[in-house]
Each structure stands twice: as structure tokens, then as C-alpha cells.
Write a protein that binds this ligand. Structure first.
Ligand SMILES: [Zn+2]
Ligand SMILES: [Zn+2]
Length: 121
């Protein structure tokens, strides 16, 4: 087993130095989100308390009305359909918040994170 660090410091550092290298690796619903950093070969596992979704205003209201389900379902759909489009938009370990963005659907996800863990591969 590779070592696991129960700290958000690594995730914060990755986001500060190379945010574009952070991508969604895997969703383990209902509460785990795994981010992979391609620069450091690290995985950051987030335990999420609350998921929220915001659609960007470019979408016409009709498209918006067609969206079914809550934030978790929408994120699961994005992760299944176009995982490479999901990137990290914000990371604030102190305030336990992480933001994801889907470049494909132009949705923003806000995650309230209770536990940050990092393991090296
Ligand atoms: Zn990194
Ligand atoms: Zn999407």
C-alpha cells in the first residue's frame, strides 16, 4: 500500500502550482470524489458533505428545464459522459470547499469537503 496523507495541503499545493493538471479521476458516490494530479502522480480523495451545481447563464431556460436530478446526479452524468471535461476551478482547503467545472456542459459544481486525503501512487 502506498502511504496516505490525511491532509489537504497536497491538494492545495497542486492547485496553486499546476491547477490544469488536476482532473476528476473517479466518482465513488454517494460522497467520494477522486482527483488525479498528472504532474505529481498523486490522487486526492475528497469526502464531500454537500454537492451543489450552478449552470452558467449561457444555457437557454429550456435547456435548463431539461436537467433532471440533483447536483450529484448531474455530476455523475458528466463523469460518465465526458470525464476529461471536468477540471478543478477552485480549491480552498481552509474553508473546506472545492469547485469543479465541466467544460462540456458549462456547469460549475461546488463541493463542501469534510475530509481531504492524498495518496501517492
Ligand atoms: Zn500536483
Ligand atoms: Zn458535463
Amino acid at each position: 500500500m502506498s502511504p496516505t496523507f490525511k491532509s489537504g495541503a497536497f491538494a492545495q499545493q497542486c492547485f496553486s502550482s499546476h491547477p490544469l493538471c488536476l482532473n476528476l479521476k473517479k466518482l465513488e458516490l454517494p460522497e467520494k470524489v477522486i482527483l488525479a494530479c498528472t504532474a505529481c502522480n498523486m490522487r486526492h480523495r475528497l469526502t464531500v458533505r454537500v454537492f451543489t451545481v450552478r449552470a452558467v447563464a449561457l444555457l437557454p431556460p429550456a435547456a435548463e428545464a431539461g436537467v433532471q436530478g440533483g447536483a450529484v446526479d448531474q455530476l455523475a452524468q458528466c463523469a460518465a459522459a465526458h470525464p476529461a471535461a471536468l477540471g478543478v476551478r477552485a480549491m480552498d482547503v481552509v474553508n473546506e470547499s472545492v469547485g469543479l467545472r465541466c467544460a462540456e456542459c458549462r456547469r460549475s459544481y461546488d463541493l463542501e469537503v469534510s475530509v481531504f486525503e492524498t495518496h501517492q501512487r
